[in-house]
Design a protein around this ligand. Structure first.
Ligand SMILES: Cc1cc2nc3c(=O)[nH]c(=O)nc-3n(C[C@H](O)[C@H](O)[C@H](O)COP(=O)(O)O)c2cc1C
Length: 359
């Protein structure tokens, strides 16, 4: 018998199951995946980054406008397919047009904004006029959480509706630490951060703010372990990236299915922080120092070593190539769990395995 599940309520939104599918860009988690997860009883998340490039609206000159149009359309599509389920948008603070992503998601009717890759210090201000939209920062330490909480309380009289703790030890994508040597530092493990954060929220903030664990979670045993640390939910990325409903090209999914542990590598991303990726031919060349970048197409990041110093490469182009299944030229983000993926699963199959057959 599995342990009883915690009840997760984030602002006004209570999913049937305490599971968030993490936002995965560029367009690895779009409206199809998010809608399916929300329909199955979890929280489905659309990643807002780079949506323009993967759409027909983009004409090479209208990146920022197209992003907003596509994001609104995607939220509406995911909400419709979710059949009353909960849809979130993942907006990265590091984006040049971050403010517009948040506004467009709210205007499009999203239920929740989940925001990391920097500290979302202005999030309450950006969501003014949308009181039902739940606000969920992603952090990797208690220090980051307390900075956000103190700022929000002082300036806006508002607290986060939940906090996602993402551990760099196992998670996919950009990792919430600045130095390479911090990636495997046990001080950033879920076992260290979650209990300390739960204690801080309870004793020092004195508010009931749910904590959600992310990074390296694959099955019900992993979930139960994170719940036992005091978390009331989990966020999972990699396992959902290769689902039938996942929005990426089938060759993206196949690359992750084919990968073993030895194919995963940590790189210093052009954003300036470490990221966990597959050792694709493109990444091999980057590690050897011979990579040739495609041109920067939109000045999309507030810090980018390719745009400012012509170092590394245009990450947006490489992520779009991965979304399209271009193994030679793509950057394939993945969590350390990638070696466990052996086939394309459906969202329904994953939920049935984790929580039992749907009622
Ligand atoms: C392909 C991929 C793309 C990702 N893109 C984003 C992103 O755009 N924004 C973000 O905050 N996190 C991103 N993540 C992190 C996930 O949302 C999630 O928190 C993380 O993958 C959880 O760890 P897991 O993959 O071990 O389950 C990405 C992860 C993957 C695998």
């Amino acid at each position: 018998m599995a342990n009883p599940l915690p009840v997760l309520k984030i602002g006004k939104h209570a999913p049937r199951y305490p599971l968030i599918q993490g936002g995965m860009g560029v367009r690895i988690s779009g409206p199809s995946l998010a809608g399916a997860v929300a329909r199955a009883g979890g929280i489905g998340t659309i990643a807002s980054v780079g949506l323009a490039v993967a759409s027909d609206i983009y004409n090479g000159r209208n990146y920022f406008e197209a992003n907003q149009v596509v994001l609104r359309q995607d939220v509406a599509e995911a909400k419709k397919s979710s059949k009353g389920g909960i849809i979130a948008v993942n907006a990265m603070v590091a984006l040049t047009d971050y403010d517009l992503h948040v506004r467009s998601a709210c205007e499009g009717g999203v239920d929740m904004i989940i925001s990391g890759a920097g500290l979302p210090l202005k999030l309450p201000e950006l969501t003014t006029g949308f009181p039902d939209v739940a606000l969920v920062p992603i952090v990797s330490s208690v220090k980051a959480a307390s900075l956000i909480i103190r700022r929000w309380e002082k300036l806006y009289g508002r607290l986060p509706d939940a906090l996602v703790v993402e551990t760099p030890l196992y998670a996919g994508g950009h990792l919430g630490v600045t130095k390479m040597e911090q990636v495997f530092d046990e001080a950033y493990s879920l076992g260290s951060v979650i209990p300390e954060l739960v204690r801080y929220l309870d004793e020092e903030v004195g508010e009931d703010i749910p904590v959600i664990g992310a990074g390296g979670i694959w099955d019900r045993d992993d979930m139960d372990e994170v719940f036992a640390m005091g978390a009331r939910g989990v966020q999972m990325g990699t396992r959902f990236a290769t689902t039938a409903e996942g929005d990426a090209d089938t060759r993206f999914k196949q690359a992750l299915i084919d990968a073993g542990e030895e194919d995963v590598v940590i790189i210093k991303s052009p954003v300036g922080i470490p990221g966990r990726v597959l050792r694709s031919p493109f990444i091999e060349k980057y590690l050897e120092g011979t990579v040739e970048s495609k041109p920067c197409f939109a000045n999309c990041l507030s810090h980018c070593s390719y745009r400012t110093e012509r170092q590394a490469f245009c990450i947006a182009q490489a992520l779009v190539d991965a979304f399209r299944g271009n193994w030679e030229e793509g950057l394939f983000f993945c969590g350390s769990n990638v070696a466990k993926i052996t086939r394309v699963e459906t969202v329904e199959e994953i939920f049935a395995e984790l929580f039992g057959p749907a009622e």
